[in-house]
Design a protein. Structure first.
Ligand code: PLP
Length: 386
């Protein structure tokens, strides 16, 4: 099925709701049955029917069908946050005494789950440089059950070879899981490379309007059924039908949005490359990127997220630079309509936290939907401070 059909029509059975072009928000917690036989059939197959909204709500189901199709997966589940989706998926694949191999510098709350949370239940993780396939293989032990990937990572944009990792996981009987938030399903579809479970922070590109927090798990019917029966129904981290309808609406323009961000980010990287204040650009499709060949092989685009190392070592100069920017908001997150900047020094000297492993001049940029030329003008002026 072509992508425009998925985004505009798939899962929307309009004949069931007056031909409405936009799907209804089925704002109900509970569903009634016409007779005992119907009721019992639903009891026997809660995911395949509509019984209670902690299980399968019809509006959420439309969204699930679209997300699964976009990722070439058989099925999907949607959660109240990306972190919720990650925790549910990882927990579903481990028991006490099991071991996980995870890439270094994965998303901060993923690290927290693996480093602090799961050890309380006897599950331990080894972190490895995901760019090094041999290091991944060396870390696999007899009790390893999961290979956890995030490609690219979202600060330094480090990639893992998805086809090779999927093969390695199969050889060692591991379940491979990837956080695919950076690329969105438009630019990278890991299941097509043999990865088992694909995760998203839907808060980023998928909803794309900076007004909803949500998460996605895509996998085979068998894995989704398992997660549904256990973690999904028990932990109850669902999104509301209202949020699901908003996300369906946000996704109508998913392809347009990520393409625009991609084109603008490329123009801005080209501008920055020639600027004397810039030392290095971290963007997988940029011609100086060390893993460019792999990036071209497994990603058809990059979107709007990249990082820059400026030459300066002065916190004052960095602060003057981003204070002068008028078109970039100082914020975490990304994937919405608005352009953002996250300077490393914003993460320095926070009580109770270690300083990040990033120099003073390191800054992450997210390019939203403003015109690239306007953003470049803004950068030109502010860069005088460096
Ligand atoms: C934001 C983010 C998450 C967490 O998603 P939430 O929706 O904020 O819970 C996970 N992984 C990556 C790569 C992210 O950028």
């Amino acid at each position: 099925m072509d992508r425009s059909d998925i985004l505009n029509h798939l899962g929307e059975n309009r004949e069931n709701y007056f031909g409405a072009v936009s799907p209804p928000i089925i704002q109900t917690s509970n569903f009634a049955f016409k007779d005992l036989a119907d009721f019992k059939a639903a009891m026997a197959d809660e995911l395949g029917s509509h019984m209670y909204t902690r299980g399968n709500n019809p509006t959420v189901q439309i969204l699930r069908k679209k997300l699964a199709a976009l990722e070439s997966a058989e099925d999907s589940l949607v959660f109240a946050s990306g972190s919720g989706a990650i925790a549910n998926a990882v927990i579903s694949q481990v028991n006490q005494g099991d071991h996980i191999v995870c890439v270094e510098s994965a998303y901060s709350w993923t690290n927290k789950l693996l480093k602090d949370f799961l050890p309380r239940f006897g599950v331990h993780t080894t972190f490895v440089d995901g760019r090094d396939l041999k290091a991944i293989e060396r870390a696999i032990k007899e009790n390893t059950k999961v290979l956890y990937l995030e490609s690219p990572t979202t600060m330094h944009m480090e990639l893992q070879d998805l086809a090779a990792c999927a093969k390695l996981a199969k050889k060692h009987h591991l379940v491979s899981i990837i956080d695919n938030s950076y690329s969105s399903p438009i630019f990278q579809r890991p299941i097509e490379f043999g990865i088992d479970i694909v995760l998203h922070s839907g808060t980023k590109y998928i909803n794309g309007h900076s007004d909803i927090v949500c998460g996605v798990v895509c996998a085979s019917k068998k894995i989704i059924d398992q997660i549904f029966q256990r973690e999904y129904m028990t932990l109850g981290g669902i999104i509301s039908p209202h949020d699901a309808a908003q996300i369906i609406r946000g996704m109508r323009t998913l392809e347009l949005r990520v393409s625009k961000s991609d084109q603008s980010a490329k123009k801005i990287c080209t501008f920055l490359e020639d600027h004397p204040a810039v030392e290095e650009i971290y963007y997988p499709h940029h011609h100086t990127f060390p893993q460019l060949e792999l990036a071209k092989k497994q990603m058809s685009g990059c979107g709007g997220l990249f990082a820059v190392k400026f030459k300066t070592n002065s916190k004052e100069k960095m602060e003057a630079f981003f204070t002068k920017l008028k078109r970039f908001l100082l914020a975490v997150s990304w994937g919405g309509h608005e352009s953002l900047i996250l300077p490393a020094i914003a993460l320095y000297d926070i009580p109770g936290r270690e300083n990040p492993d990033m120099p003073v001049g390191f800054t992450r940029f997210y390019i939203g939907l403003e015109d690239a030329e306007v953003l470049i003008e803004d950068l030109k002026v502010a860069l005088e401070e460096l």
